[in-house]
Write a protein that binds this ligand. Structure first.
Ligand code: ADP
Ligand code: MG
Length: 558
């Protein structure tokens, strides 16, 4: 028998698509605040949002007559006629946000519009809606959500820990804030202020917040490019890259979208510049005419349909490749004019112009850019142990194990100091230790956990390995050899640093291991970006540089 569902069930079905987890609530509420023209948005979370979510803004507020209507499904102030759907200029437009949240949680909304003397408060929970009551309130709107999924407890089972849910919220908000640099965002968790992004700060500071200081330094701004009007943003220089596309952020008309939408444009924009199969990162802002973007294709509005997708992809590709070519040319010019013995130096400005012109614009020019000084160009592997490369006219001999150790050590130390989370293993494995090793392991277990290696006791002498430092999951990590080495003194390192150094040593490429060309390029490029690229954590050299005159002497040319 077919029957029509009652209104409450219909509401819960619709809500299920929109409110999946605490982050979904934050997203809907913050979008409403932005649509209301807020300059300050404060978000307070308790227990990852499982206990409560509180979003306060100083936007235009809601008029008394509209309060109850705000909770009705398909009730919105943002569209009036069907044609408006063809040129949506606001983040919200379906009038489903508040209704969906109230269908699965308790909502208390307090609002005071600009002209009003006091505020009004209204509460909604499932099908219930209270009468509005006057309360003292600052201008703007505050929405407090609690008892999330009280009406659909099964949803709670799909949630992660409070800290994991909070991390999603924090990452989302900081990322969204990139498109709204004039708005002040604050985020608190369990009563503690976690971060503030002041509306007065530069976009560069927000980039640092989202990408981290080291990665932000690798970003360059997209400058206006002919044929790519409406494309803005920041992209990583060649040599700065990641293992995945997660940090290819995309905003279209200030709406944060699934980043893979323009994945092809990133790849082809970088094609002549990429050193290996790794992924560039950055953020793109596309400003398109509203009637060329249809945001009404996805329940959480995280995808859009473009009227002319090919044109958009082409424009992005062009903006990326032109920006990279310009940046590489500028660095090449700077490198030539400051090269010792070169004809620059005395007058950097004037000479750099001249040199740039001489460099030409053909295919050889692009080659020269890619192999510009400071990006050593890898020639070959030697004795399965060393990488041969050319840098700035000299020959480099890089010890692959020592180099990899240095890179891994700095990554481990950085993440341990930043308290970054480790990478959980898909399939935890169990190791059994000798009694002597158990004692040794227990003394370093905490320090290892800080560095991203997590294991828990699993029976008498056994441990279950749950996580390894991010980025090294691909290499099998063997605990016994590690424990055999971890006690060794390493001059100049504290006990904590010694554990990290040993961890680095055991997570990386060994001597005698064959490497692909792309791996060698990535290895050398990353070594050059280390704080201390010259030595491994044990103090052995990572590379030896052989200058042309040393070679000339070998051939008795001098
Ligand atoms: P939508 O955002 O799609 O319009 P919502 O259910 O999220 O739907 O909100 C319904 C209406 O309530 C909005 O159209 C807006 O008029 C009003 N509203 C919601 N949140 C706010 C806010 N923070 N400030 C001002 N008005 C708001
Ligand atoms: Mg909304």
């Amino acid at each position: 028998m077919i029957r029509l569902l009652d209104a409450e069930t219909v509401g819960q079905i619709a809500a299920g698509e929109i409110v999946e987890r605490p982050l979904s609530v934050v997203k809907e509420l913050v979008e409403n605040a932005l649509d209301a023209g807020a300059r300050r948005i404060a978000v307070g979370i308790a227990r990852g949002g499982l206990e409560s979510i509180d979003v306060w803004d100083d936007g235009c507020g809601i008029e008394a007559n509209d309060l109850a209507l705000a909770f009705a499904r398909h009730a919105t102030s943002k569209l009036s006629v069907a044609q408006d759907l063809e040129r949506v200029a606001t983040l919200g437009f379906r009038g489903e946000g508040l209704a969906s949240i109230a269908a699965v949680a308790r909502v208390r909304l307090t609002s005071r519009p600009g002209g009003a003397e006091t505020g009004l408060r209204i509460e909604a929970f499932g099908a219930e809606l209270s009468a509005a009551e006057p309360v003292a309130a600052p201008p703007g709107t505050r929405v407090a959500v609690s008892d999330l999924f009280a009406t659909v407890p099964v949803r709670r089972e799909y949630l992660r820990s409070p800290s994991a849910e909070f991390t999603r919220i924090s990452t989302f908000l900081a990322t969204l804030a990139l498109a709204y640099p004039q708005v002040t965002f604050t985020l608190a968790h369990d009563g503690r202020q976690v971060w503030t992004l002041p509306g007065s700060e530069s976009l560069e500071q927000r980039l640092e917040h989202v990408f981290g200081p080291a990665a932000a330094r690798g970003l360059i701004a997209i400058e206006p490019v002919e044929g790519a009007a409406g494309v803005r943003g920041f992209i990583s220089r060649p040599g700065f890259d990641r293992g995945d596309r997660r940090m290819q952020l995309l905003f279209i008309n200030d709406r944060l979208l699934r980043s893979t939408l323009l994945a092809g444009a990133w790849t082809s924009g970088y094609s002549t510049f990429a050193l290996s199969g790794r992924q560039p990162y950055g953020v793109l802002f596309l400003d398109l005419p509203y009637d060329e973007v249809d945001p009404n294709v996805h329940p959480t509005k995280s995808d859009v349909r473009l009227r002319r997708p090919d044109r958009v992809t082409d424009a992005v590709k062009r903006a990326l490749s032109t920006t990279l070519a310009r940046d590489a040319a500028a660095r090449l010019r700077a490198a030539i004019s400051f090269a010792p013995g070169g004809d620059g130096g005395s007058n950097g400005e004037g000479n750099s112009e001249g040199n740039g012109a001489r460099a030409g614009t053909g295919a050889a020019f692009v080659e020269a850019l890619v192999e510009a000084p400071h990006v050593p160009s890898v020639l070959a592997q030697f004795d399965s142990t060393y990488v041969l490369a050319i840098e700035g006219g000299a020959l480099l001999l890089v010890d692959q194990h020592a180099a990899h150790e240095r890179i891994a050590y700095e990554a481990i130390a950085e993440r341990a100091q930043a308290g970054a989370p480790s990478e959980p293993l898909l399939l935890p494995y169990v190791v059994e230790l000798e009694p002597a090793d158990v004692a040794r392991f227990e003394t370093v277990r905490e320090t290892l956990a800080e560095a991203g290696f997590e294991a828990e006791p699993f029976g008498e002498r056994a441990y279950r390995v749950l996580a390894t430092p991010a980025g090294y999951a691909a290499r099998a990590f063997r605990l016994q050899p590690f424990l055999a080495d971890v006690g060794d003194e390493i001059p100049g390192l504290s006990a904590r640093e010694r554990v990290w150094a040993t961890l680095a040593c055991h997570s990386v490429t060994r001597a005698g291991e064959r490497l692909e060309h792309a791996e060698m390029s990535a290895l050398v490029a990353r070594l050059m970006r280390c704080k201390n690229p010259m030595h491994c954590p044990h103090g052995r050299p990572t590379m030896v540089r052989i200058e042309p005159d040393a070679v000339a002497r070998m051939f008795k040319r001098t």
